[in-house]
Design a protein around this ligand. Structure first.
Ligand code: TRP
Length: 359
């Protein structure tokens, strides 16, 4: 190979319900990428057991449900590889090797671990601590060059680059000797001339696509929020969507005519942002239409738009999950395609580190 093949990799955990934040902030943004380069979208079930083991049947169901959401949102199995992580053993095998590349100090800095482990770090699973190494393995098992994710995953992607850089450096001679390196596209004194792993580019969704809780505009919309009113689930029906938007927290003022006027009004900012994202438009344009109006007028318009945009997807998700055979066939085919890429990579990696192959 003379250069890294451009490739997109991303994933969502099958835990709880997918919500509007996952859709607008992640999956919907993946759709256009399918026409730009090869794309791999993974349902990361091995990550879903790190905080604690979910109920097994719920994990199975959630894996199919996330797959259905991908497809209903427009991820096309004819264009993209769709599969669940645990079906391709190379992820966990490479994660083990990365456990031995990444340093304790690097992982100790991960803010997501600190948040998820909370006060009781001693009782967190080793898997939760090593989670970012598995994420690096997800990406690098395909030598993926582009990873679209939300803001909150930026630190994990930096770690992925650090792991790739250390592996490339530590094994530089060996990689060149075996003739399996790729000339570094952006030469720098910190890296050898030939790389085995690319330094993956993050494609970070800006704050504009960050969807916040409907109950608190300063907190991210989250599946772990105890209040179901805080989020719009992709499975919510029209009545539920209307009710949640009606009850969404706001302030007493009318909407401003300029984006500047949304400053220090997190709830207003969030609802305008959701409208803009659903309409495929901008906050400026939304405020041009709704500036000066009260929430009593804006909320019904937002709720109509949300129902109009989400209900075809919800219906398609329902259709897909009614009978598991279509989804399972997509996942099976995806796992086979994914394996065909990851297997030769792991073969190289075993050779690079010097594992004896006698089979
Ligand atoms: N950690 C990601 C999240 O919580 C999910 C994820 C796992 C992922 N592996 C990945 C995202 C690889 C991008 C690429 O959102």
């Amino acid at each position: 190979m003379t250069e890294f093949q451009p490739r997109v990799f991303s994933g969502v955990q099958p835990t709880g319900n997918l919500h509007l934040g996952n859709y607008l902030g992640a999956v919907s943004r993946w759709v256009p990428l399918q026409d730009q380069m090869p794309t791999i979208f993974c349902v990361v079930d091995s990550h879903a057991i790190t905080a604690s083991f979910p109920n097994p049947q719920e994990l199975t169901d959630a894996t199919r449900e996330v797959t259905a959401a991908y497809m209903a949102a427009g991820i096309d199995p004819k264009k993209s590889i769709i599969f669940n992580q645990s079906q391709v053993r190379e992820h966990t095998e490479l994660a083990w090797i990365f456990n031995c590349v990444a340093r304790m100090g690097w992982l100790n800095r991960m803010t997501q671990f600190k948040e998820k482990a909370g006060k009781n770090k001693e009782n967190a699973s080793v898997g939760l601590f090593a989670y970012p190494n598995l994420m690096a393995a997800d990406i690098l098992a395909y030598r993926a060059t582009h990873v679209p994710v939300g803001d909150d995953q930026k630190q994990h992607l930096e770690l992925t680059r650090d792991i790739a850089a250390k592996f490339n450096n530590d094994f530089a001679e060996r990689i060149t000797e075996l003739g399996i390196g790729v000339p570094n596209p952006t030469p720098s004194p910190e890296l050898p001339e030939n790389l085995y792993f690319p330094l993956t580019e993050p494609m970070i969704a800006g704050p504009a696509t960050r969807i916040m809780s409907l109950r608190d505009g300063t907190k991210k919309m989250s599946k772990s929020d105890p209040s179901d009113l805080s989020r719009i689930n992709l499975k919510d029906d029209a009545d539920a969507i209307a009710k949640k938007i009606r009850k969404a927290k706001t302030d007493p003022d009318a909407l401003p005519s300029e984006v500047d006027g949304l400053k220090d009004r997190p709830e207003a900012d969030n609802l305008v942002g959701i409208y803009a994202a659903l309409a495929g438009s901008t906050k400026e344009a939304v405020l041009k239409d709704f500036g000066g109006q009260q929430f009593s007028a804006f909320k019904p318009a937002l709720s109509d738009l949300a129902v109009e945009k989400l209900s075809p997807m919800t219906n398609e998700m329902r259709r897909l999950t009614e009978d598991t055979s279509e989804i399972d066939a997509v996942l099976k085919d995806g796992a086979e395609q994914a394996s065909a890429i990851a297997e030769p990579v792991l073969k190289d990696v075993r050779k690079i580190v010097g594992f004896l192959d006698v089979r």
